[in-house]
Every structure is written in C-alpha cells, then in structure tokens.
Design a protein around this ligand. Structure first.
Ligand code: PMT
Length: 223
C-alpha cells in the first residue's frame, strides 16, 4: 500500500464534465470521462487523505468507498466546492468546466421552427479563479487542457487563478487528455516548469502529482 503521506488532509477533487442545459432534453457538455479526477481521488485516499470527489458527467463508475457528490452544471459545481472550501486543505480541479452556459434554459422542449436558430451563451463563473482569490491555507491545483502554446497558457492560468501548481495536458498528443486511460502532463508552479512526465496511466499521473503536493505541503509547514 501507499505511505500515508496525506493522512488527515481534507481534499476536494473535481472530475468529469459539466452539463449545461438548453432545455429538458438537451445540453452542452464536453469529452471529459472523469478518469483523471477519479484516479486522483483513489490514490489520494490510499495515501490517507479524507477525500470528497465532486463529479459532473462521467463515463466510468466511481469506485465504491469514495465519497462522491454528483453535480450537473458549472454553477452546481461552484456551490459544491464553495460549501467545502473553508474546511479543505487541498483542492484539485481536474474537471472540465464549461466556460459558457445557455443564457436561458427553456422549461419546455424547444420546437423546430426556422432554418436557423441562435443559442446565446453567457460566461460561467470560473471556479478555480474564485477559490484562488479566496484562499487562506488551501493548496490549490488546477489543470489546463491546451491545444497550443501549452507552457504559456498554463502559466497564464496558474497566475490568473492563483494556483500553487498547474498540470498541463496537451490534448492534441496521442494518449493525453480527454477519455484516455493515460495522460501526458507537465507540472508548473509560479516559478515555471517543475516536471515533464512521460506518458503514463492516469493512476500514475495521480500518484506523481500527489507526491509533489504532499512534499510541498510538508515544506510549507516547516517554514
Ligand atoms: O476526465 P478525463 O477524460 O480523464 O480527462 C481529463 C481532463 C483532460 C479533463 C483533465 O486532465 C483536464 O485537463 N482538466 C481540465 C480541463 C479544463 O477545463 O481545462 P481549462 O484549461 O479549460 O481550465 C483550466 C482550469 O480552470 C481547470 O482546472 C478547470 O477545472 C478550471 N475552470 C475552468 C472554467 C471554469 N468556469 N471554472 C474552472 O474552475
């Protein structure tokens, strides 16, 4: 088994994609399977952490024995994270949160009418940025799904969202990102590149990341 290097740490981990409703039977979502966040929850728990997984839409089951809060939209996910924020020691945001939601959510199924129709979207609150701004003791880890200029975009997100670490996956790479059992990531902190990890299982990525989180939290507690 794993060494209990995260013993007693209260951790909130988000996984999966958010679902943004258009009407009672239609919605916008993305390709997140939840595998990355679920792997983090499993490994963190085996390292002794007290884990709550906040899960949007997932295409794989959450292993029994993990405390899970199911949510639908980005707004629901924000509420679920904020409810647990003050108590948390670590927050990891592996979920793929929709940047926009339909401005209006029709109460009835939308009828087919003209040849063209326009759906107006409005920005969702950025959960990571919100918690980054409010953080006191929390160690905050973001993910960044990029298709170009990975380092530049990841570092920009880390700084804007006040993360302690950011995990960048270039989702155009074979075996990386959405839906796969593996991932290819680079980890950054405010000073820049921390690690380039080779392709490995999402459980492997979870383990590497959590080891670094535990190490940094232990160092922070010393100084
Ligand atoms: O679920 P899998 O199939 O295993 O795939 C894993 C993954 C590719 C989804 C995961 O590794 C990943 O990269 N998750 C973040 C995806 C994402 O939304 O990235 P982003 O670059 O759009 O957002 C950056 C960060 O801000 C993320 O931590 C995201 O959770 C957060 N965010 C974004 C928008 C928003 N409104 N609120 C947020 O908190």
């Amino acid at each position: 088994g794993e060494k209990k290097i995260l013993e007693g740490k209260k951790m909130v981990i988000t996984a999966g994609g958010t679902v943004e409703r258009i009407d009672p039977v239609r919605y916008l979502t993305n390709d997140s399977s939840g595998k990355m966040g679920i792997a983090l929850a499993e490994v963190a728990q085996s390292m002794g952490a007290d884990v709550t997984l906040i899960a949007g839409k997932t295409s794989v089951p959450v292993p029994s024995g993990i405390r899970v809060v199911k949510v639908e939209s980005a707004q629901d996910m924000l509420e679920a994270v904020m409810e647990r924020f003050d108590d948390s020691d670590v927050i990891i945001k592996a979920a793929a949160v929709a940047d926009y939601r339909p401005l209006e959510r029709a109460q009835q199924k939308i009828k087919k009418k003209s040849e063209e129709m326009t759906l107006t979207l409005i920005k969702n609150t950025d959960i990571l940025q919100t918690i980054g701004q409010r953080k006191t003791k929390q160690f905050i880890v973001g993910f960044a799904a990029e298709t170009e200029n990975v380092e530049e975009h990841a570092l920009d997100k880390l700084r804007r969202k006040h993360c302690d670490l950011i995990v960048a996956n270039d989702v155009t790479q074979e075996g990386a990102g959405f839906g796969t059992d593996t991932n290819v990531v680079r980890i950054y902190d405010a000073a820049g590149l921390v690690d380039i990890l080779p392709i490995m299982s999402k459980l492997g990525v979870a383990r590497e990341l959590l080891l670094r989180i535990a190490e940094r939290m232990a160092k922070g507690a010393e100084s």
